[in-house]
Design a protein around this ligand. Sequence first.
Ligand code: SF4
Length: 703
Amino acid sequence: VVGAPAIDRDVDSVCPFCGVGCQLTFKVRDDKILFADGRDGPANQGRLCVKGRFGFDYIHNPERLTKPLIRKAGVAKADIEGLDPANPLTHFREASWEEALDVAAQGLLKVKADKGPAGLAGFGSAKGSNEEAYLFQKLVRTGFGTNNVDHCTRLCHASSVAALLETVGSGAVSAPFNEVENSDVIVVIGSNPGVNHPVAATYFKNAVKRGAKLIIIDPRGQALSRYATHMLQEKPGSDVALLNSMMHVIVKDGLTDEAYIRDHTENFEALKTHLEDFSPEAMQERTGIAPEQIREVAHLFATAKAAIIFWGMGISQHVHGTDNSRCLISLSLMTGQVGRPGTGLHPLRGQNNVQGASDVALIPMFLPDYQSVEDPVIRGRFEDFWGAKIDPNQGLTVVEITEAIHHGTIRGMYIMGENPAMSDPNVTHAREALSMLDMLVVQDLFLTETAAYADVIFPASAWPEKDGTVTNTNRQVQMGRAAVPLPGEARQDLWIIQQMAKRFGLDWQYDHPRDVFDELTQVMDSIKGLSWDRLDREGSVTYPCESPDDPGQPLIFTDAFPTPSGRGQFVPASLVSPDETPDREYPVILTTGRLLEHWHTGSMTRRSAVLDAVEPEPVVHMPPAMIEELGIQPGDYVKVSSRRGHLKIRARADGGVQAGLIFIPFCYAEAAANVLTNDALDPFGKIAEVKFCAVRVEAAPDQ
Ligand code: SF4
């Protein structure tokens, strides 16, 4: 092509952003990624969204950490005012790797000696590879001696996984999103895939063009609504009421799949009795949806030849998140809409490797492949294999760890690639906790908001600088490859974890990610048919994959469920109100989420020139009538307050936001939405209710 930049090399890899897992080729010149092209991967068939195409210059950003750092003597952790990510040397000093690793390990070992293993905790990352996640949890379990290890799944689909494991025995999706090609009804609930899973959304749009019905259920309007045949803009937090009333209609109108219920499920009679009180009329006040509309979508779903359900954080991030998912699963089971082409249950996973990081046990209650850490037989097997004792008790989850720090129980943490000082609910409380630790070790690319509280910072590797595997929302295990060298003294995360392990007395000899992957295939039946060479050759294989000649199983639950009885379980869900409802003082509901251009806490995409140029500034999305009532114009500042804090932010008129609701993206440090959010937990998934809290909105003309 005339004028096209000359390229030194092409490197085939996977997009590091969302759980769609688009395969791409990095186009490299002079050890810099110039751009990326989509490849013909099973999830994207050549497509990429704006992040996958333009979002890689963050790795070359001048703020990149290139040397280990140690907090300067006398600089208090609470004193982060004026700390500039471009100039960390005001608060930290540079150190050799040897010194930084020793200081970090000695600090954590001192906590272990003083408080015991339960005084330590680790957050790993869903942005890294399966191999890194596995080694990180292995270090925490066998080196630190605790199961206090977690990651952002606790802010994501932990409640969905809790419900799926309880009812159908498997925490992953039952069918890939591409199955919509065989669906005639598609339900998208509590999810905004046009923004959060953009390439997956293209399959939904194509299915609608082919004639499929698209039912979107969400309190907020969204771009994909243009393709919806049915848009149910329910009241926030009313999912259980709405789904139970859909199921009520299906039972009353005789639309259940009796043969499927008889042959494949248990406990339907209890659910049937429970649903008696949930007529659409009885639930109308709560859901805000007309009974005839609920009847119509219930009939559509139940009578479809093949119907599939997708859900996201709008379902999971509630104190009733597990109940929401239980309802979706019951809806599929009672209509037999699972285990066949075009049917299924698909919680759209958020981060590129949140599925894989959970599979390999970066979570406090399970060992790899969701095997209970409390089961003595399973634990014994891992103790023999790992050559170390494992704590028989479940560890603490993300928000519980924050509380344990406040109570003085946990005094030392190792955080690899997570940014809880931005991502955690009630973040002021979480930041206070970080500042209270005796030793905080942070491993990251940049001086993140979390690293600002660190004692020691390790400069880490970015995804395009490493070899490794990741697992997307479709259960496709895919191969990523290093495209460019590490900058300065930054090191591979796998090397850093092993250096820490050595200082905890662990004798590990992993020379390459393939060595770790080989171990994974030995401890995880779900991927025992995989090998590094096979993945390198094929690029992507879907698990379960039981033998080298098993092509992988995209569609599961075709005959039975992996539950003790082989049957799916109906679990009735009752109405649970949000933890904090609007009142006179805080009359508006706040919900939070992502933007198309920005990824999670923004540590990568806000350092990507193109992406930050498109959405450079935090805004609160408000109904136009609310802006008018405040007597302001779009673009003016407002003050948003909750019981936990406040922020000032520009108003954006958004006709898709219903009356009484506002939306703030959580990726902007200068107006961190999580200052406002509520850290009340779902009792099963231990996920916080960041999708619903009460706030007050006032004009702030003095800004
Ligand atoms: Fe990357 Fe997700 Fe966009 Fe695909 S859809 S290019 S995986 S961010």
